[in-house]
Design a protein around this ligand. Structure first.
Ligand SMILES: Nc1ncnc2c1ncn2[C@@H]1O[C@H](COP(=O)(O)OP(=O)(O)O)[C@@H](O)[C@H]1O
Ligand SMILES: [Mg+2]
Length: 252
């Protein structure tokens, strides 16, 4: 199966059509962006790391009964995915106060939340991806009421799987962002799950940030950091499936 023409060029990934109906290739790029594209860098190796980490997480989620667009890992930077119609919402789950929650509500970063919270952001670069509530999403017809309930439930289910998983990898899952897509058979988890889209803090030294904040806040070498995240994830994933999950993809 070969890839053909680019369908969409995003900030961190590109989508390509393939010769298989309904299957796309999601190519992870080495570009890092923050603050709605105002900060930009090319970091060789980042794309391959996020592809690998995201592939492992989608496979582990599937083992736990959470379906995603993930089909296969083609090579170091390409993931085969099911084509979906993306719901224009970013669904954020938070376990610990950080980032915009800290600034907006005046809470200290690092305070554990009493229970996980789910936030919605309207995927609109030109508006700066504003936070919206369920009623906004419904009135704007971004999703139906039933879909919104399902998005929230699925996001919390993902959290229930990923939080203990990252904890075994000695990382605190502070928060993360999900995207979902529609298929004829319902909603699927889509896009990526990686240190670009999750806040991960070292469990013994929470000041050690192991996610894209390293880039946003100039805290060190992002590729080295993601390499360490992958190393820790592999030690945990090996316990689930010593072969398929942990084998490194090659460029073919
Ligand atoms: N399975 C899929 N089918 C269609 N579109 C997808 C799928 N998975 C992710 N996408 C979309 O592809 C794009 C991925 O590239 P990315 O660099 O993250 O874009 P952006 O700069 O818009 O965030 C996103 O717009 C995402 O919503
Ligand atoms: Mg994106």
């Amino acid at each position: 199966m070969s890839t053909t023409s680019p369908l969409y060029e995003g900030k961190a990934k590109s989508l390509y059509t393939t010769d298989r109906e309904g299957i796309l290739v999601q190519r992870f790029k080495d570009s890092a962006t923050a603050f709605n594209g105002r900060k930009f860098a090319t970091l060789p190796g980042k794309g391959a790391l996020n592809n690998r980490i995201s592939s492992i997480l989608f496979r582990l989620l599937r083992e736990s009964g959470i379906d995603s667009h993930y089909v296969d890992t083609r090579n170091t930077r390409d993931m085969g995915v099911r084509a979906v119609r993306i719901v224009p919402l970013e669904v954020v789950v938070r376990n610990v106060v950080a980032g915009s929650l800290s600034t907006r509500l005046g809470l200290d970063e690092g305070v554990a939340l009493r229970h996980p919270i789910v936030e919605l952001y309207y995927k609109r670069d030109d508006l700066g991806d504003p936070m919206i509530c369920m009623d906004h999403a419904a009135v704007m017809q971004l999703a139906t009421d039933a879909e919104l309930q399902q998005l929230k439930r699925m996001a919390l289910e993902v959290n229930d799987v990923l939080q203990p998983l990252w904890a075994s990898a000695e990382l605190t899952l502070v928060d993360f962002k999900l995207e979902f897509g529609r298929t004829d058979s319902g909603l699927l988890l889509a896009d990526e799950i990686s240190p670009d889209t999750s806040r991960l803090w070292d469990r013994t030294d929470p000041s050690r940030r192991m996610d894209k904040d390293v880039f946003r806040r100039d805290l060190g070498d992002l590729v080295e950091t993601y390499t360490e995240v992958l190393r820790r994830l592999l030690t945990v994933a090996a316990a689930h499936d010593p072969g398929e999950l942990t084998d490194a993809p090659s460029d073919r």
